[in-house]
Design a protein around this ligand. Structure first.
Ligand code: MRU
Length: 359
C-alpha cells in the first residue's frame, strides 16, 4: 500500500540483497523510519519490542530472521527457531512461519540453508500479500451489499489489521481499501485500542495515507455508536482462530462483539490460513494470552506541540496496572469469517469445508 504515493510493503529485502527492512512501528505515525535488520537477534528484538507487530507480519519477519541466522551460522537452526518462537506467544502465525522454515531447512546440509531460508522467507511474504488481497476480494461483497441498501457503509474496527499488520493490504482493512478504491462511500470508526493505541497510531495513519475517511474513537464509544445506528458492520483481524471458530484478537475485541450482538450489528473476522490453529478448540481455555508490561498502561507516548516524542505517566503514582494484551471472542458471537478462500461460519464444519487439508 502507499505512503505519500509510494508503494511499500511492511517488510522487504534491502537493496544489498541480504539485510531486511521494516518500518519501526513504535515511531509511527510521527516518524516513518525504515529500520535495517542485520542479525536474527535484531529481528527477535523487533518482534518482542513491537517495532513490528500484527500476526502475519510477525511471522514474515521471523522467517527473515531465520534467513539472517542461517547466513551467520547455519548450524544454529534449532536454537534460533526456539528463540524466535519465544518472542510473542499469542499469534499463531509466528509458529506457522517458523515451522515452514524448519520443514525446508532441516533436510538441507548447512551450506545450502541460507539461500533456502531467504527463498522461503520471500515465499512467505509473497504468499501473505496475495492472501490478504484475496481476503479483500472476499470481504468486499459484504460492504457492497450494505452500500447498495444504505448508500454508505460505516465500519468499526479494532486495533490494526491493515497492511502494517501484514505484508500488504491487511486483513480486516483489505475489503475497506477495495471498497474505497471502487468508489463506495466507506467511513471507518477506528477504536484507539489502548494501551498501545494501534488504532489511533497505525490504523488511522494507514487509512489516512490511502485517503479513506475515518474517525478515531475512544475504545468505549463503540457500544454507544451501535445503539444509535452508526455502525453497519464490525470487521476485525485476529491472532489465532481455533478449530471451532473462537477468535483471539487485541484486548477489547470481545466487548465489541458483545455490543455488536446486543445491537444486531454483524461482527466479521478476517484471517489468512496462517492464523488458523486446528490443534486448539476452546480458545478461552487454551490460547496463551500475552501479558505485557504494566508500563504500557501507566504511560502514554505522543508528540508534543513542538515536535518532540515524549512518554508521560497517566496513572496515579503507586497504583499497580495489569496488561493482558489479547482476549478471546467465542465463536457464537462471530457472524462469520472472511478468508482468502471465501467467507464461512465460525464453526469447525465450515472451516473444514474451506480447509479440508487441515483436518
Ligand atoms: O499486539 P499486536 O499489535 O501485534 O496485535 C495485533 C492484533 O491484535 C491485530 O488485530 C491482529 O494481529 C490481526 S492483524 C492482521
Amino acid at each position: 500500500m502507499k505512503i505519500n504515493g509510494i508503494a511499500y510493503r511492511s517488510v522487504w529485502l534491502d537493496a544489498d540483497g541480504w539485510s531486511v527492512r521494516i518500518f519501526d512501528q513504535t515511531r509511527l505515525p510521527w516518524e516513518v523510519i525504515p529500520l535495517r535488520l542485520t542479525t536474527w537477534r535484531e529481528a527477535a528484538h523487533a518482534i518482542r519490542s513491537m517495532q513490528v507487530r500484527g500476526a502475519p507480519l510477525i511471522g514474515a519477519v521471523a522467517a527473515y530472521g531465520v534467513a539472517l541466522a542461517m547466513r551467520e551460522d547455519p548450524a544454529a537452526l534449532d536454537p534460533v527457531l526456539e528463540a524466535l518462537a519465544a518472542t510473542r506467544p499469542t499469534a499463531i502465525n509466528l509458529r506457522w512461519a517458523l515451522d515452514r522454515q524448519r520443514a525446508v531447512l532441516h533436510k538441507l546440509p548447512p551450506a545450502a540453508r541460507a539461500a533456502a531460508a531467504y527463498a522461503e522467507a520471500q515465499a512467505i511474504a509473497d504468499d501473505d500479500a496475495e492472501t490478504c488481497r484475496r481476503i479483500g476480494e472476499n470481504g468486499l461483497p459484504l460492504l457492497e451489499e450494505i452500500a447498495a441498501r444504505k448508500g454508505r457503509v460505516q465500519v468499526l474496527t479494532h486495533c490494526n489489521a491493515g497492511w502494517l499488520a501484514t505484508v500488504d493490504w491487511g486483513t480486516a482493512l483489505a475489503p475497506i481499501y477495495m471498497a474505497h478504491d471502487k468508489g463506495l462511500a466507506v467511513h471507518v470508526w477506528v477504536d484507539e485500542t489502548r494501551p498501545r493505541n494501534q488504532g489511533a497510531a497505525l490504523t488511522a495513519f494507514e487509512l489516512g495515507a490511502h485517503g479513506v475517511p475515518h474517525t478515531v474513537i475512544a475504545d468505549n464509544a463503540g457500544g454507544h455508536l451501535m445503539q444509535h445506528g452508526e455502525v453497519d458492520i464490525v470487521i476485525v483481524g485476529t491472532d489465532r482462530v481455533t478449530r471451532r471458530g473462537d477468535v483471539a484478537n487485541k484486548i477489547g475485541t470481545y466487548l465489541k462483539a458483545l455490543a455488536a450482538r446486543d445491537n444486531g450489528v454483524p461482527f466479521w473476522v478476517a484471517l489468512p490460513h496462517s492464523t488458523l490453529d486446528m490443534r486448539v478448540r476452546d480458545g478461552v481455555a487454551e490460547i496463551p494470552i500475552e501479558e505485557r508490561s504494566a508500563a504500557e498502561v501507566t504511560e502514554m507516548t505522543g508528540r508534543t506541540a513542538d515536535g518532540r516524542i515524549e512518554t508521560v505517566r497517566v496513572v496515579a503514582e503507586g497504583s499497580p496496572a495489569a496488561n493482558p494484551a489479547f482476549d478471546v471472542t467465542p465463536a457464537r458471537l462471530v457472524t462469520g469469517l472472511i478468508t482468502e478462500r471465501g467467507r464461512c461460519a465460525a464453526s469447525e464444519a465450515a472451516l473444514l469445508a474451506l480447509y479440508p487439508e487441515k483436518a
